[in-house]
Design a protein around this ligand. Structure first.
Ligand code: NAD
Length: 251
């Protein structure tokens, strides 16, 4: 119970990695806010947590909207009076259509950046007043190894994850004096329950051959690092990006 009674906001917690983080945090005793654009899926994960005896609040949220992220923080504070952890997991990801960089439509570029980059900033902005006042907080951003790899055919996504690492370092610098830690996790290709074009199930096996540990990464491989970064065990670690990638040899 390393997160006993901590209030954790998890964006995009309705499926995939976000759902895995939400269930794992609740399992460690956290009170979890599922800030998810898909209201139905967010409610389903909150119900799963409650059925297992945990506490959860599903909040339909669009991280790209400042009003929505402010409402998210306000609702968490109304319900539980504090915000200890923000896990910036929401992104345009599994719905991406792979195509060469010079064929990405401008609107698609802007829509992805609004969620993957502006959304991370807006969520940090929304929780900062509470965390500053508490003089304590943990912000965890989900980056990706694709930034290091410069992986082909989704340049907007690759660029957005570089920006997430930049936001991690910058916000860590600005909130360090307030006892707020800001770190990122950079996963390798992780197979969730959601099929996608970016790495198909067959492609994942081939991708894993580039790792030192040659098995396909699962959501369970990421939760331990997220819990560590959310807990007091990591109080002197900030501005860092931790690669949780089975020792991907491209680095
Ligand atoms: N799965 C992987 O292989 C992998 C690898 C590296 C990094 N990541 C990152 O991990 C995170 C989760 O990945 P995933 O595989 O679960 O992705 P996913 O596409 O399956 O899930 C994303 C979730 O975010 C939600 N979302 C999208 N836009 C939103 C918005 N505007 N406001 C609120 N919620 C919104 C979606 O509804 C969905 O529930 C993402 O940041 C992704 O970039 C994933």
């Amino acid at each position: 119970m390393r997160l006993q009674d901590q209030v954790a906001i998890i964006t995009g917690g309705g499926q995939g990695l976000g759902r895995a983080f939400a269930l794992a945090f609740a399992g460690e005793g956290a009170r979890v806010v599922i800030a998810e654009r898909n209201a139905e899926r967010g409610a389903a994960v909150a119900a799963e947590i409650e059925a297992a005896g945990g506490q959860a609040l599903a909040l339909p949220t669009d991280v790209a909207s400042e009003a929505s992220t402010r409402a998210m923080a306000d609702a968490a504070l109304d319900r539980w009076g504090r915000i200890d952890i923000l896990l910036n997991n929401a992104a345009i990801f599994s719905t991406i259509k792979m195509r060469p960089f010079d064929e990405i439509p401008v609107q698609e570029w802007d829509d992805l950046m609004a969620v993957n980059v502006r959304g991370v900033w807006l969520c940090c902005k929304a929780v900062a007043p509470a965390m500053r006042a508490q003089r304590r907080g943990k912000i965890i951003n989900i980056a990706s190894v694709v930034f290091d790899l410069g992986r082909a055919n989704y340049l907007h996504y690759v660029a957005s994850k570089g920006a997430v690492i930049g936001i991690t370092r910058g916000v860590a610098t600005e909130l360090g004096d307030y006892g707020v830690n800001v770190n990122a996790i950079s996963p390798s290709s992780t197979q969730t329950e959601i099929p996608r074009e970016t790495v198909t199930r067959e492609g994942a096996v081939a991708f894993a051959q580039n790792q030192t540990i040659k098995r396909v990464q699962a959501p369970a491989d990421l939760v331990g690092t997220a819990i560590f970064l959310a807990s007091s065990d990591s109080d002197f670690i900030t501005g860092q990006t931790i690669n949780v990638d089975g020792g991907l040899r491209f680095h």
